[in-house]
Design a protein around this ligand. Sequence first.
Ligand SMILES: *[C@@H]1O[C@H](CO)[C@@H](O)[C@H](O)[C@H]1NC(C)=O
Ligand SMILES: *[C@@H]1O[C@H](CO)[C@@H](O)[C@H](O)[C@H]1NC(C)=O
Ligand SMILES: *[C@@H]1O[C@H](CO)[C@@H](O)[C@H](O)[C@H]1NC(C)=O
Ligand SMILES: *[C@@H]1O[C@H](CO)[C@@H](O)[C@H](O)[C@H]1NC(C)=O
Ligand SMILES: *[C@@H]1O[C@H](CO)[C@@H](O)[C@H](O)[C@H]1NC(C)=O
Ligand SMILES: *[C@@H]1O[C@H](CO)[C@@H](O)[C@H](O)[C@H]1NC(C)=O
Ligand SMILES: *[C@@H]1O[C@H](CO)[C@@H](O)[C@H](O)[C@H]1NC(C)=O
Ligand SMILES: *[C@@H]1O[C@H](CO)[C@@H](O)[C@H](O)[C@H]1NC(C)=O
Ligand SMILES: *[C@@H]1O[C@H](CO)[C@@H](O)[C@H](O)[C@H]1NC(C)=O
Length: 462
Amino acid sequence: MKMPVRSGSLPFQVAFLLLLALSSAVNINGQGSNGICDDKPSLEPRPHSVSISEFGAVGDGKTLNTLAFQNAIFYLKSFADKGGAQLYVPPGRWLTGSFNLTSHLTLFLEKGAVILGSQDPSHWEVVEPLPSYGRGIELPGGRYQSLINGYRLRDVVITGDNGTIDGQGSIWWDWFNSHSLNYSRPHLVEIVNSQTVVVSNLTFLNAPAYNIHPVYCSNVLVQNISVTAPPDSPHTVGVVPDSSDNVCIEESIINIGYDAIALKSGWDEYGIAYGRPTRDVHIRNVLLRSSSGSCIAFGSEMSGGISNVQVDRVHLYNSFSGIEFRTTKGRGGYIEEIIISHVEMENIDTAFAAIGHSWSHPDDHYDPTALPILEQITVQNVVGKNITVAGNFSGIQESPFTSICLFNISLSLNPGSLTSWVCSNVSGTSETVFPEPCPELKSSSSSTCFSLPNSYGRAAVL
Ligand SMILES: *[C@@H]1O[C@H](CO)[C@@H](O)[C@H](O)[C@H]1NC(C)=O
Ligand SMILES: *[C@@H]1O[C@H](CO)[C@@H](O)[C@H](O)[C@H]1NC(C)=O
Ligand SMILES: *[C@@H]1O[C@H](CO)[C@@H](O)[C@H](O)[C@H]1NC(C)=O
Ligand SMILES: *[C@@H]1O[C@H](CO)[C@@H](O)[C@H](O)[C@H]1NC(C)=O
Ligand SMILES: *[C@@H]1O[C@H](CO)[C@@H](O)[C@H](O)[C@H]1NC(C)=O
Ligand SMILES: *[C@@H]1O[C@H](CO)[C@@H](O)[C@H](O)[C@H]1NC(C)=O
Ligand SMILES: *[C@@H]1O[C@H](CO)[C@@H](O)[C@H](O)[C@H]1NC(C)=O
Ligand SMILES: *[C@@H]1O[C@H](CO)[C@@H](O)[C@H](O)[C@H]1NC(C)=O
Ligand SMILES: *[C@@H]1O[C@H](CO)[C@@H](O)[C@H](O)[C@H]1NC(C)=O
């Protein structure tokens, strides 16, 4: 199939991303920029392509096209061993309930193509909870399947020429707020137990809950997407790498109700038993806004562990929290080997937080003696304007947060700021940090600070 080549103006967002891409040519401390994002899969064009309209789909925004998507993908399964195939979605408004992808498939949304999530819950199948959560995240029991799903796949690409996936989530937000949901809300894209997953060149709107949720996946690339949901949409989240490794998120813009990017790995006894960490993650060149949550969050579900995460060149604005680490007693697991550098932030209530209490449990069977570990977190080269709280580090008495290293950070606080740093049960070191941190973060030894090993990215086999 021949795709029209686009030419056109450069809107603000693209100009911003170009700027980020240019600035990333500068080396960090002479170490170069080796990371997961430098090792990406090469996308071969698929030898076969069919259009969703060949399967009886109607793009009028009213006709339900679930069967057309399911039939098209069933047909395209037969091309899996022939180099794979593309499902082409032409301009139009394609209403659908949830459907499953297949391996070696590219779902391509043309410019002007909009996949619309149905607002009728009976068009969303109810599926089992994820084993690392043991129940739906919002309600005990099952959960609605996501709009676009993948199970045990290889080589799946969801892309386009800035086509749109619109979850029409307002009805789900109302049910969530009025406590009338029967199952936990669905996400837009969920890919489970899969390898080599690409989501790129698309716009995501109004997700019922999460936008992009790779779970138990390896080699995931999220690139050049835009994600938007209203500031008051309850607990909407952008991209959620969950018990997944070798993940790159880059050149994207996320403006969301709760967390923009949240790294997770399972919930209490279920996550501990499943035992699959999120590791080897690289986030760079992103513009993030989170109204009520955090631009970048680690946890609170982190029972399988989170390690080796590199965040660089991020711009965070108009948000409640900039970067937040969350855990609680009973979680087990760890958050460690995290390096965050070149952060610009403005109009943020709390720039950095690490909170070791007050997150909820799936049920009463969690083990309160399963103490999480939070250590080896390095934050450097940060400039912030109009910040209310510079850092809120509230660790766990029985398992204090350690090796928190802060270098070259300059935050200007707004006149309403009463406390710049809050610290308890935490230790670490700092150098050239303004405003001056609490004594707990001023130990003289920086020997245990996490820094990038030269072989960073060795595990990237994308
Ligand atoms: C999609 O896959 C899930 C998990 O394998 C399965 O439960 C569901 O029935 C599938 N749906 C369809 C329409 O094939
Ligand atoms: C990003 O996506 C837009 C369309 O959404 C496209 O025009 C642009 O070329 C893409 N940029 C990159 C770097 O892939
Ligand atoms: C992509 O599409 C969205 C929604 O239609 C639009 O707001 C945005 O400007 C487009 N971006 C680009 C780079 O064309
Ligand atoms: C929940 O279930 C009840 C009883 O079956 C039903 O009346 C109600 O519409 C359902 N709510 C939603 C949001 O699906
Ligand atoms: C995104 O779109 C641009 C412009 O069409 C293309 O060059 C690039 O390969 C696409 N990226 C991905 C990862 O699909
Ligand atoms: C400072 O940030 C707050 C949000 O945290 C915002 O309401 C306020 O308008 C900002 N002030 C200035 C001067 O930009
Ligand atoms: C401190 O951080 C700023 C902002 O990222 C950067 O421009 C500057 O080069 C850094 N200074 C050192 C000594 O690394
Ligand atoms: C620090 O975080 C804790 C837990 O979220 C919160 O209760 C407290 O109010 C925060 N302190 C400040 C000064 O923001
Ligand atoms: C550690 O945290 C506990 C609450 O979990 C608090 O009571 C205690 O005062 C803290 N210890 C220090 C030294 O701040």
